[in-house]
Design a protein around this ligand. Structure first.
Ligand code: 5RP
Length: 232
């Protein structure tokens, strides 16, 4: 029986077949994305460059000798490949466990397809057991927390080593515990509308197009219909 890391490595390897030769690839953040970066290094001569969703990912890509471009230099990319904290059977996701949700959503928005790579534990019937990450402007954090608590969750500022975590963008992360997310598209829009919120870690208005799910029976490919997605 494969452990979680082995399942992550399997899906990272499977994702290589979605990388388009001679093109730019968008790269996510987290332990599964790290396995993908290590696989990408093996075929780095076949791609033009990568766009990173965090400083950590950019550094790992560069350490493998992969060219990292600023998103402003790129007008299209066929695929964005990233992990998720939770994913549903319709491709809606919670992301942001690694605090990189804003850049992840931005890079994904430029890509034609979102390929999610996840071990089987990430597939859920309903989103919300994993605390929902939200990036907020620091001066608004307490005001946003009060609004989120009114929605029925328990919102807390994310800490790292006893201090408030600061994102790559200089903002804070609020994690909302105990939120019942019946309609992820509606909740994404509702939280996006709170003043002071930069990004909500719900990827539902535009979810994954494909999920490569690592299971004991091998890598399963789930395909989702994103024709409802904004901007398609
Ligand atoms: C980072 C993310 C990650 O994709 C998510 O946290 C999953 O991480 P891992 O691959 O380590 O399980 O959204 O912001």
């Amino acid at each position: 029986m494969m452990n979680q890391d082995e399942l992550k490595r399997e899906v990272a390897r499977a994702a290589i077949s979605y990388v388009v030769e001679g093109e730019i690839v968008g790269v996510g953040t987290g332990s599964t994305a790290n396995f993908f970066i290590d696989e990408l290094a093996q075929i780095k001569h076949k791609i033009k460059a990568a766009v990173a969703s965090s400083e950590v990912t950019a550094n790992r890509l560069r350490s493998h000798g992969i060219l990292v471009l600023d998103l402003n230099e790129v007008d299209h990319m066929p695929v964005y490949i990233d992990g998720a904290d939770e994913i549903t059977a319709t491709g809606a996701m919670i992301k942001g466990g690694g605090a990189a949700l804003t850049r992840e959503k931005i890079v994904a928005s430029v890509a034609s397809q979102f390929i999610c790579i996840a071990d089987g534990s990430k597939l859920v019937d309903r989103l919300g057991r994993f605390p929902l990450p939200i990036e907020v402007i620091p001066m608004a954090s307490q005001a946003v927390i009060r609004q989120l608590n009114r929605m029925g969750g328990e919102a807390r500022l994310r800490l790292k080593e006893g201090k408030v975590l600061v994102t790559d963008n200089g903002n804070y992360i609020v994690d909302v515990h105990g939120l019942t997310i019946e309609d992820p598209i509606a909740v994404e829009a509702q939280i996006n509308n709170i003043v002071g919120v930069v990004t909500v870690g719900l990827f539902a208005a535009h979810g994954a197009d494909v999920c490569l799910l690592g299971t004991a029976q091998g890598v399963q490919t789930l395909r989702f219909d994103q024709t409802h997605a904004v901007g398609t």
